[in-house]
Design a protein around this ligand. Structure first.
Ligand SMILES: Cc1cc2nc3c(=O)[nH]c(=O)nc-3n(C[C@H](O)[C@H](O)[C@H](O)COP(=O)(O)OP(=O)(O)OC[C@H]3O[C@@H](n4cnc5c(N)ncnc54)[C@H](O)[C@@H]3O)c2cc1C
Ligand code: SF4
Ligand code: SF4
Ligand code: SF4
Length: 399
């Protein structure tokens, strides 16, 4: 067993599943830990010590494979339906549709009935709705890397969209680039576990008396922001940090997988041919340059990281509002482009308590800290200059 993967530190495994996909003996299964995150476990009886699992691990030092020449754009689809059903500017749908038009397959994250999240492949545009939209929870790649390889070896176009570590895992598994492969990585600050989400949905469904059949983390009916919805098929309720401890702690960065606080991928070199994110805090000048764009329906920040990425963007340009931007401006409100999430004291306390009390820990901390966090959040919305001015006025009044 000396040559096979062994997870000694949970910070050093993002759960991408490349090791499981490459194992010639199917000796690796992904098993859930007490926080609900999946880690590879090797069956000693089946393992032949070939060492392949170690060579593909994206947390090993051997791993490179970054695209380093990014051009930055602000962009949004011209199609209102696409925009309203996407989390940001609908770039994923525009690119995925172009791949399907060439007879290709698109891989992305889709809900299962129990609200676990799995990567699947679709080949019809009418099925893209299963993939569309950000799901703020970890998706399992299952055997999709192997599926994608088979398709590519058969000469098919493939688009694979996922978190940067999932794209790194795919590339490590494939071992070579394919001309017909388009990779899209997301700007990503971290993922909580499916177990945490399922417990939250149970809590919120009781609180709001709704039998949940659909979940959206970002519902454009409430504008372009981080308000989502839960629906029972005929009516919906808001799903946001005001009702959900899970969503609250997700946005605060306190319940991510340990590897997210040790993420190797927020650097300048990106994993995908194209990186997709929200253009939070976009300035008016850029909005004007984009033409007839509606700010309330969402704008994407895209980094075009390779020549292949550039060619695909050129192909879909006609269906986009698009203008050039720069990295500095994109990073202003997207710090996850420069560094990994930092674990807070709350993260450590919350994790320790969750191991013992599971979801009760979320409710306990949420009730305890909600007001404090709201004050901090509102403070964060006031520009620093104004805050300083207000403090000066306050001290004068106080004498
Ligand atoms: C966990 C997570 C964290 C993110 N954090 C940020 C951030 O901090 N800043 C920022 O600017 N953008 C972030 N994003 C990206 C952003 O939310 C949008 O997904 C992105 O801008 C694409 O939007 P779109 O309108 O082009 O496409 P959409 O239609 O919204 O498409 C989303 C694509 O992402 C895939 N996807 C959705 N959920 C997951 C998941 N859990 N794992 C893997 N793939 C998934 C879907 O399959 C689809 O392919 C994050 C996304 C995720 C999933
Ligand atoms: S060493 Fe080879 S056989 Fe053993 S788990 Fe890793 S890939 Fe599978
Ligand atoms: S990071 Fe990916 S390849 Fe490495 S051990 Fe974890 S699941 Fe396997
Ligand atoms: S923060 Fe890093 S390790 Fe965590 S899901 Fe995103 S890319 Fe993967």
């Amino acid at each position: 067993m000396k040559d096979c993967i062994k997870i000694e530190n949970p910070k050093e495994c993002c759960g991408c599943g490349a090791c499981k996909n490459i194992c010639p003996k199917n000796a690796i299964t992904m098993e859930e830990n007490e926080m609900g995150f999946f880690y590879p476990v090797v069956d000693e009886e089946l393992c032949i010590n070939c060492g392949l699992c170690k060579t593909v691990c994206v947390f090993s030092d051997k791993h490179t494979g970054e695209n380093k020449e990014a051009s930055v754009y602000a962009a949004a689809s011209k199609n209102t339906d696409t925009l309203m059903n996407s989390s940001s500017g609908g770039l994923f749908t525009e690119l995925a549709s172009a791949v399907i038009d060439k007879g290709g397959a698109v891989f992305g994250a889709a809900w299962s009935e129990d609200f676990s999240l799995h990567h699947i492949a679709v080949t019809k545009k009418s099925d893209l709705n299963m993939l569309r939209g950000s799901k703020y929870v970890q998706s399992s790649t299952d055997d999709t890397y192997s599926q994608a390889k088979k398709m590519l070896d058969n000469g098919m176009y493939v688009c694979y969209c996922g978190t940067p570590c999932q794209i790194a895992g795919l590339k490590a598994f494939l071992k070579k680039d394919y001309e017909k492969l388009l990779t899209l990585d997301l700007i990503c600050h971290g993922v909580p576990s499916v177990k945490m989400l399922q417990q939250d949905l149970e809590y919120v469904s009781k609180k709001k008396k709704i039998n949940i059949t659909d979940i959206k983390f970002r519902d454009k009916g409430y504008g372009w922001g981080v308000t989502g919805s839960l629906s029972n098929g005929t009516s919906k309720v808001k799903y946001d940090s005001g009702v959900s401890p899970y969503y609250f702690y997700f946005l605060n960065g306190e319940i991510y997988r340990e590897s997210c606080y040790n993420c190797r991928f927020p650097s300048e070199g990106r994993q995908g041919d194209i990186t997709l994110g929200d253009y939070w805090g976009i300035n008016q000048e850029l909005v004007k340059q984009m033409g007839d764009v509606d700010l309330d329906k969402g704008i994407s920040c895209i980094l075009v990281n390779s020549e292949k990425g550039r060619q695909w963007i050129n192909q879909i340009k006609g269906s986009l509002f698009i203008t050039s931007s720069d990295r500095k401006s994109a990073e202003k409100r997207n710090k996850q482009l420069t560094h990994a999430s930092v674990p807070t004291p709350e993260h450590n306390a919350l994790s320790a308590m969750y191991k013992e009390k599971e979801y009760e820990a979320f409710v306990y901390w949420y009730k305890k800290n909600y007001k404090k966090h709201i004050v901090r959040f509102v403070k964060g919305l006031i520009p620093r200059k104004t805050r300083r001015r207000l403090m000066q006025v306050y001290s004068k009044i106080k004498g």
